[in-house]
Design a protein around this ligand. Structure first.
Ligand SMILES: Nc1nc2c(ncn2[C@@H]2O[C@H](COP(=O)(O)OP(=O)(O)OP(=O)(O)O)[C@@H](O)[C@H]2O)c(=O)[nH]1
Length: 383
């Protein structure tokens, strides 16, 4: 598959993304802390700025959130990243820094915007408005506090213009942020429907529509894979070809939908009876094939006999007295034998089963067994 499509369809685990976002937040706080320390050193900040206390508490809170996200505890919440909680903490810290900032306050208002960017991807427009309003309210509380506590040191025009600029920028940000969030949601939905379409196509390519078993093409691919493995590692490989007996007469007597029901019943029963490692496929019409990797002949024969008996016990709504049987040809692979020759031998065994009166199983043995064993070394039953 094209690498770009793979990238678009790949499911990066959501929790890993959340943890990455968490690391981004920690990185941002570290930068901010470094900036604050420098600011204090060069007297751009009040020398009494309790940066250790502020950032120490922030990191402790972050650590708790990190642990909760990592443990999966937050998965039960609508927002497992606790984005809004973290943004509220950010707003408090930024407002504290603005309190201690001197001439830098105007420039540092942009920190609210940096904090808002964390919500762009995970918060919808309404939640972004709540965060913007919280930032504005927090800054308002700071201004009011300063006017009440230190009225003589405040310049009304400056405070009002800073307040107004922040309000305008936050309003613009909420508009843009909402737009980006919607775009991202649309992209996500498209990616999801693309992934579903891809899964569906992949399934159509390998499955039979009526029975949902593997189709002939996929079976032959799997057979080639198993053959190269079996030749390389000298492990046993068997194939069984199954044909439902007198199937045409079921269609003719009860109609095509009844025939379809029988095919589906066989598929469901065989899927139940056989091992997960066995490859079961619809080879065409009312013919099915089973590939048994790493099973010996006796096991395969026992499995197919069991399936044959169970299938004959099935009852059908369209005629509860009807007994439908199957015939089966089984073959063990001989070293170096081609896929076609292998299937052909199983087919020959099936032909013999049909000729012997149906409702029976026959095994194939292409080469003369050497001292009671086939060329592959597995016991080969006489027909
Ligand atoms: N209902 C249904 N019938 C199908 C489907 N595919 C093939 N068939 C029918 O399967 C029947 C196969 O009949 P035959 O090949 O004559 O074999 P049979 O009647 O089973 O006879 P024996 O194999 O000799 O026991 C044909 O009538 C096909 O039309 C399918 O998907 N649904």
């Amino acid at each position: 598959m094209n690498n770009n499509i793979k990238l678009v369809l790949s499911h990066r685990p959501e929790r890993a993304l959340r943890l990455r976002r968490q690391l981004m937040a920690i990185y941002s706080y570290l930068l901010l802390w470094a900036g604050t320390v420098v600011g204090v050193e060069i007297a751009a900040f009040d020398p009494r700025t309790p940066h250790l206390l502020i950032f120490g508490s922030l990191f402790a809170a972050n650590l708790v959130v990190f642990a909760l996200v990592r443990s999966g505890f937050t998965e039960r919440f609508k927002d497992p990243s606790l984005t809004m909680v973290q943004m509220f903490a950010g707003i408090v810290v930024i407002t504290l820094l603005l309190y201690y900032a001197r001439e830098l306050r105007g420039a540092l208002l942009s920190l609210y915007l940096i904090m808002m960017t964390f919500g762009v991807f995970s918060l919808d427009r309404r939640q972004q408005i709540v965060m913007a309003a919280s930032a504005q309210l927090s800054f308002t509380v700071l201004l009011v506090y300063e006017w009440v506590q230190l009225p003589l040191t405040q310049i009304l025009a400056l405070s009002l213009s800073q307040w107004g600029v922040l309000a305008l920028i936050l309003a613009w940000f909420v508009y843009m942020g909402g737009y980006i969030h919607n775009l991202q949601q649309r992209f996500r939905a498209q990616r999801e429907s693309l992934r579903q379409a891809h899964d569906r196509l992949a399934s159509i390519a390998i499955r039979d529509e009526l029975t949902d078993l593997f189709n002939r093409r996929h079976f032959l691919e799997r057979l080639e894979e198993e053959l190269s493995r079996t030749d390389r590692e000298h492990i046993p490989l068997h194939i069984a070809v199954v044909d439902l007996d007198h199937f045409k007469s079921i269609n003719d007597t009860y109609g095509h939908p009844a025939g379809d029901e029988v095919l589906k019943r066989f598929a469901a029963l065989a899927s139940q009876c056989l091992r997960r490692s066995d490859v079961l496929a619809r080879y065409g019409g009312e013919e099915f094939v089973v590939l048994f990797p790493q099973s010996d002949h006796a096991d395969c024969e026992a499995a197919m006999t069991r399936l044959k008996e169970k299938f004959a016990e099935q009852r059908y709504d369209f005629d509860p007295s009807l007994r439908i049987t199957l015939s089966c040809g089984l073959a063990g692979h001989h070293w170096g034998e081609s896929a076609l020759a292998f299937i052909e031998r199983a087919d020959q065994a099936l032909y013999q089963a049909k000729a012997a009166g149906r409702d029976t199983l026959r095994s194939s043995c292409a080469r003369a067994p050497v001292s009671g064993a086939s060329a592959s070394g597995y016991p080969c039953r006489p027909n």
